[in-house]
Design a protein around this ligand. Structure first.
Ligand code: HAM
Length: 429
């Protein structure tokens, strides 16, 4: 029989790597709480129309990467429905914002999420078909200040703080403005015209995009096309006064806060909902898939999916890529994996129950305990303990009766006798 394996582009995450995932998520939750964000959890699948209308039919995500199926009706009263595993979470958050009338509170909604997303991309390092994003969105009615450039700058400053607190060194913030919907439309036409004589010299994808969605030409990675793309008009020249002023205020606030960034005229992002500020944080250690995170403003998304005017800005970090970056950093400067405080070695199976009771007592005091097994010979207990814990505690008949335990500290090789009451104190050292 052939053995079954995890599906291509999906992976199992095992200890000790999962500890790193948990640390990243705990740091993110802690930072989000300090910036007064609350958690939102939306379903893993949605009506296909949400992504078609929200993310855009012409985007790579919607046109080729979605896991979509026809969900058959189970009863006469039901209709079959086209459903899709979420390829990203912004559309779902905005759908929830509309559905729960969050705009009627009149307040800015500051929401974060952590969870799996699904895209049928070609798997490679840093690119998976199931991957995890840590993201956040700030959205609300214009009266709540949702269009303010200060919101953009605050989100970017929060990201700089989060990456620093995660211990990610050497990131670069790429920043651009794709303007309002009208600016974008104008730039699209400028690009379309500029591409007419150039497109025939470009790759097949660019030739198609030059007609269907000229902005996407700027995402092209084909080396031969790069010199041509460098000659194309830049979007900054198509921005109207309001968009220019908005962007200038974002950069002024970043300058004041001391958050470094580089202007990147080609950063138009692969999703259609973006307006004005767009950004990506990259990291050199990631190779081809070098975007740690991406995001931007989406002032018209709510209306595009049938909601009220609700400008917003947000981002999503690729958690898999954060993990890869931190692992690479750790490989360059290895750290000793943390060990449990103590290993309890019952001397014989008759001591197993008493050992469990002792482990419970110590764990309740906050210690990290590895519980051994009475069937092990003492030598095997010592060997196992040395690999997993800082101390070994021997528990035999005598120790149980007298309440005096033998403890060895592996680092100092000191062996000492200690009363049960003082044991936790000794083990925590
Ligand atoms: P995105 O640029 O499509 O934006 O994805 C954000 C991040 O998710 C990427 O920078 C990358 O780190 C990670 N990512 C994307 N695809 C994969 C993959 N196949 N494997 C591993 N990691 C991946 C969005 O998703 C927007 N919803 C971000 C946003 C939020 N914009 C406004 N609000």
């Amino acid at each position: 029989m052939t053995t079954l394996k995890a599906v291509r582009g999906t992976r199992d995450l095992l200890p000790p790597e999962t500890a790193l995932w948990n640390r990243i998520e705990a740091t993110a939750r802690d930072v989000f709480a300090r910036y007064n964000f609350g958690e939102i959890r939306t379903p893993l699948f949605e009506d296909t129309g949400l992504f078609a209308r929200g993310v855009g039919e012409e985007t790579d995500i919607v046109s080729k990467e979605m896991y979509t199926w026809e969900d058959r009706a189970r009863a006469q009263s039901e209709k079959s429905q086209s459903l899709t595993l979420r390829p990203e979470n912004t559309a779902g958050v905005v759908r929830a914002y509309i559905e729960h009338k969050l705009g009627e509170t009149g307040q800015l909604q500051k929401l974060y999420y952590i969870g799996p997303q699904f895209r049928r991309e070609r798997p490679q390092k840093g690119r998976y078909r199931q991957f995890s994003q840590i993201g956040a969105e700030v959205i609300g009615p214009p009266s709540a200040g949702s269009e303010s450039p200060l919101r953009d700058a605050e989100v970017l400053e929060m990201l700089a703080t989060l990456l620093d607190e995660l211990g990610i060194h050497g990131w670069t913030l790429h920043l651009n403005s794709v303007g309002s919907a009208a600016d974008r439309a104008r730039y699209n036409e400028t690009l379309r015209a500029a591409l007419i004589p150039l497109a025939p010299k470009m790759c097949a994808d660019c030739q198609r995009r030059a007609v269907t969605n000229p902005l996407r030409v700027l995402d092209c990675k084909v080396p031969e096309d790069q010199p041509i793309i460098d000659t194309l008009p830049v979007i900054a020249d198509s921005l109207d006064e309001t968009s220019r002023a908005h962007f200038a205020q974002v950069t002024a606030a970043l300058d004041a806060a001391g958050v470094p960034y580089t202007r990147n005229h080609r950063l138009v992002r692969g999703l259609d909902y973006y307006t004005r500020t767009t950004f990506e944080f990259t990291h050199g250690g990631l190779g081809a898939q070098n975007a740690l995170l991406g995001g931007g403003r989406y002032d018209g998304l709510s209306e595009a999916i049938g909601g009220p005017k609700a400008p917003g800005i947000g981002f999503a970090m690729g958690e898999d890529r954060l993990v890869l970056t931190l692992q690479a950093q750790e490989a360059a400067a290895p750290q000793v994996p943390p060990k449990a405080d103590a290993y309890i070695a019952p001397l014989g199976e008759s001591m197993d129950a008493a050992a469990l009771a002792l482990a419970r007592e110590l764990r309740h005091k906050g210690l990290q305990i590895e519980l051994g097994d009475g069937s092990f010979r003492l030598k095997k207990s010592f060997e196992t303990a040395d690999k997993t814990a800082r101390h070994i505690v021997i528990l035999g008949e005598d120790e149980l009766k007298s309440g005096i335990l033998t403890v060895k500290n592996f680092a100092t090789t000191n062996q000492s006798k200690v009363s049960r009451a003082e044991l936790a104190e000794l083990l925590s050292q």
